[in-house]
Every structure is written in structure tokens, then in C-alpha cells.
Design a binder for this molecule. Structure first.
Ligand SMILES: C[S@@+](CC[C@H](N)C(=O)[O-])C[C@H]1O[C@@H](n2cnc3c(N)ncnc32)[C@H](O)[C@@H]1O
Length: 270
């Protein structure tokens, strides 16, 4: 198989990856045949997914602007993915030239492509690290740099935690990040759910099965289970809500049920 210049050596192009499948749903070009085959199976089970991922990105941008309007200008984006349109650093820098961003991903293609995009941008860095090892992630130089002034940080876990099963101890990891950050820090989170939305449990299982076959996990959690990630945080208004309902900046299409397949929220420590 032909290896494009942006694909690092040492990755197995025949195994689908979470970040490259997501890139495909978003209409990106950083994916391989194995990613597209797996992604199309997910789309067969859940054809509305491209709308959901767009709504997810739009929520992320609104949350970044909100953080900046509250004086939080430092962002730790864990599971940041392959850069696409309207990335965190672009939205943050537009709202505040002081904004600093550290992107973190454990996928080599996401890291390589992010490195190429942010190489010459001061105050924006990318780290190859794993959410499941907060101590190692927090000890990396760019993250230490981000935390050095002891100012609040917004941690972004956007469309990441549904790739962690309970054995990955996601609740403990989220708490470790919370406890390592200065008071007044924020948690920005989005998570897939079959509660309340049009996605059925059967669709959820079909999607999980495709990811499982590719060696990844996909877990839909209930509203209550997602709310538990905010332990120790105060949820800012309007609380934990469906993707389009979090501080919409324009009219919300209530007629379109597809984008109601996940919950999002922003919390802040007192
Ligand atoms: C669905 S994408 C979300 C990208 C971006 N946050 C967004 O919402 O547009 C999930 C990303 O999390 C990354 N990821 C999965 N498990 C991870 C882990 N244990 N540590 C760090 N990143 C991880 C994947 O490589 C992928 O890039």
C-alpha cells in the first residue's frame, strides 16, 4: 500500500484508527482504505453521524469562546484528533491573542499532522501522550509550561471518553486531571449516549462492534453516567444538555433529532 508523506512510518495502514475514521466522517482526507471501510460500516448503522460530528465541533468552538469570555485562556485538548476546519487554537486565538493551546493525542497520524499544522505558531504545541496516564501526560514539557503560571486551564475531553471502557478507569482519570489543575479550571466534555436521542441501543451496539473489530472501544453512556464525570465541578448554565442546546449562537433546529445523540457540558471548579 502506498504510504503518503504525512503518514508516519511504523503505523499499520491496514488497521482502522479512531482519529482517521473521525476525519472521514468530517469529510477530511487523512484516512486510509481500512479507516474508510470501518467508517462506512458505522455510517450504515448510524447514517446521521456526520451531522453529529459537525454539531460536536460546533459545541467545542462555542465552549472555547465561552472559556475565553470567562478569562480562561489556556487549553489542554486531550484526544484532539486530526486538525480540520475551526480548530481550538484558531477559535481561541481569534477570541484572545494570548490564548495558549496544548493538543494531546495518542494516534501517530493525529500527532504528525497536528505538528505540521502548528509548527510555526507560538503558544500552540502538540504532545503524543495517553489520557489513561495523566501523570505522564501532565509531566510533559509543553503541559508543564502551560501550567507554570498557575492560571486556570480548560481541559477539553471532546468526543474522547466514549472510547474508554470502565476498565480504563475514565472517572478516576478525569478526577486526576481535575486535582492537578488550579482552582477555577474548566472541564469541557462531550459524550455519545443513546439516552434521549434517536440512536437506539441496537445502533449503539452495532457501532461498538465495528470499533471493537478494529481494536478500539466505543461505549455509549447514560445521562447520569456522563453527569458523574463532572464530580467536583460546578456545571455552568445550561448544564448537561444535548449538543445543539449548549449556549446556541443561532436558531436551533429542534426538528432535526439526529444531533440529540449525545450530551455536552462545561464545568468549573470553585
Ligand atoms: C473522535 S476524535 C475527537 C477529536 C476532537 N476532540 C473533536 O471532538 O473534534 C477522538 C480522538 O481521541 C484520540 N484518542 C483515543 N484514545 C486516546 C487516548 N487514550 N489518549 C489520547 N487520545 C486518544 C483519538 O486518536 C482521536 O484522535
Amino acid at each position: 500500500m502506498e504510504r503518503p508523506a504525512w503518514a508516519p512510518h511504523g503505523i499499520d495502514l491496514s488497521v482502522p484508527s479512531v482519529s482517521r475514521m473521525y476525519d472521514y466522517y468530517l469529510g477530511g482526507s487523512h484516512n486510509f482504505e481500512a479507516d474508510r471501510v470501518a467508517a462506512r460500516k458505522v455510517l450504515d448503522a448510524f447514517p446521521g453521524l456526520p451531522k453529529i460530528v459537525q454539531a460536536n465541533r460546533a459545541f467545542m468552538r462555542r465552549a472555547v469562546r465561552h472559556a475565553i469570555s470567562e478569562g480562561v485562556t489556556r487549553f489542554l485538548d486531550i484526544g484532539s484528533g486530526i486538525p480540520t476546519f475551526g480548530n481550538v487554537h484558531e477559535v481561541a486565538r481569534e477570541a484572545s491573542p494570548e490564548a495558549r493551546v496544548v493538543y494531546v493525542d495518542n494516534d501517530p497520524v493525529a500527532v504528525a499532522h497536528s505538528t505540521a499544522v502548528v509548527r510555526d505558531i507560538e503558544g500552540v504545541e502538540i504532545v503524543a501522550a495517553d489520557f489513561r496516564d495523566p501523570a505522564a501526560l501532565l509531566a510533559t514539557e509543553p503541559v508543564q509550561h502551560l501550567l507554570a503560571p498557575n492560571r486556570p486551564v480548560a481541559v477539553l475531553l471532546v468526543a474522547l471518553l466514549h472510547f474508554m471502557d470502565d476498565e480504563d478507569k475514565p472517572y478516576e482519570r478525569v478526577a486526576e486531571f481535575r486535582d492537578a489543575l488550579p482552582r477555577g479550571s474548566m472541564l469541557v466534555l462531550s459524550h455519545a449516549s443513546t439516552d434521549g436521542g434517536p440512536a437506539t441501543t441496537e445502533q449503539g451496539e452495532e457501532v461498538s462492534e465495528v470499533y471493537r473489530r478494529g481494536g478500539s472501544t466505543f461505549v455509549m453512556r447514560s445521562f447520569e453516567e456522563i453527569a458523574r464525570f463532572f464530580e467536583g465541578y460546578e456545571l455552568v448554565e445550561p448544564g448537561l444538555v444535548a449538543l445543539p442546546d449548549w449556549r446556541p449562537e443561532g436558531p436551533v433546529d429542534e426538528e432535526d433529532p439526529i444531533v440529540y445523540s449525545g450530551f455536552v457540558g462545561v464545568g468549573r471548579t470553585a
